[in-house]
Design a binder for this molecule. Structure first.
Ligand code: C2E
Ligand code: MG
Ligand code: MG
Ligand code: MG
Length: 292
């Protein structure tokens, strides 16, 4: 009979835990530091009108490069920020830089109609969010409908009174609300008609499986129908192939976002990409749908 080596098990676990705790401390300190020193960056990914291939807007995605640990995945440092009370500060940084970037594009005549930012469920509980956003828009001379706030389904499902009030105020002030990763939360749909949602973002896991899975196709067409009947745009995220794009186009999806068009990139790269994209759209007597 083999005795479990609890001592070694413990040692291993403890070393692992130590490394983890150490890294976490390093990250937390790094995050506090980087918020003061502006070491974060936003990358921008275009969203494409399926019918015309025009750019309807961009999504801002946060990037953090840590001097010791290198590139940190956004879900990881966003979770960390939520856990250590830095999420509102991080969210404000994102909103501020996104608004400043859009205003800069406006001034330089670069045609990007709107910008979407991801907002943590915790920030939707902050009664100051609408005021923060409104004053940023004023500062940068932007219209409220040029900003899209993306929230995950979780926000809707556990919405407390503070969240509902916040969402109402944002909507009344004309800001656009979008449900990110739609279809991956609980399957309660009742909130959709109660809350002022403009847009659903079909989760990329469905898009990924479109070519191989009947279920993914069925779920995708259902989401498109929900969007249509409730008067909401549907943005498909994670579109990587022409076949996925074609399926989405043929089933009435309005907007596509994904590597097929462009990865998220720094503002200057996006501007170059856009110039090239606009020329391409003008050159080809645009086939609304790509060829087979
Ligand atoms: P998300 O908002 O659902 O963003 C979409 C993610 O899919 C992004 O990952 C994007 O880079 C990636 N993506 C885009 N096109 C494709 C594609 O064609 N194929 C594949 N496989 N992936 C694609 P990223 O930038 O790593 O961000 C991951 C998540 O982190 C975001 O998911 C969002 O939930 C969160 N996040 C990012 N930036 C922020 C932020 O500023 N604030 C908050 N609260 N969360 C953020
Ligand atoms: Mg998003
Ligand atoms: Mg998403
Ligand atoms: Mg996602």
């Amino acid at each position: 009979q083999v005795e479990p080596d609890t001592r070694n098990g413990f040692c291993f676990y403890s070393a692992e835990l130590n490394r983890h705790a150490h890294e976490r401390l390093l990250l937390e300190a790094g995050l506090r530091e980087v918020l003061k020193t502006d070491g974060l960056a936003l990358h921008y990914q275009p969203q494409i009108d399926v019918a015309t291939r025009r750019v309807t807007g961009v999504e801002a995605l946060l990037r953090w490069w840590h001097p010791v640990l290198g590139n940190i995945a956004p879900p990881r440092f966003v979770l960390l920020a939520e856990q250590c009370g830095l999420i509102d500060q991080l969210g404000d940084w994102v909103l501020q830089h996104a608004c400043r970037q859009l205003a800069d594009w406006r001034q330089r005549g670069i045609a990007i109609p709107k910008i979407a930012v991801n907002v943590s469920p915790i920030s939707f509980r902050n009664p100051e969010l609408p005021t923060t956003v409104a004053s940023l828009l004023t500062t940068h001379g932007l219209q409220p409908d040029e900003l899209v706030l993306e929230m995950t389904e979780g926000v809707m499902l556990d919405a407390d009174a503070a969240t509902l009030a916040c969402i109402d105020t944002l909507h009344n002030r004309g800001m656009r609300l979008s449900i990110d990763d739609f279809g991956t939360g609980y399957s309660s749909l009742s909130y959709l008609h109660r809350l002022p949602i403009c847009e659903l973002k079909l989760d990329k896991s469905f898009v990924h499986d479109l070519e191989h899975s009947d279920a993914a196709r069925a779920l995708t067409t259902s989401v498109l129908r929900i969007g249509e009947s409730l008067g909401m745009d549907v943005v498909a995220e994670g579109v990587e192939t022409e076949a996925q794009f074609r399926f989405l186009a043929e089933h009435g999806c309005q907007i596509a976002q994904g590597y097929l068009f462009a990865k998220p990139m720094p503002a200057a790269d996006l501007e170059r990409w856009l110039a090239n994209h606009v020329t391409q759209c003008a050159d080809t007597t645009v086939p609304a749908l790509p060829g087979p």
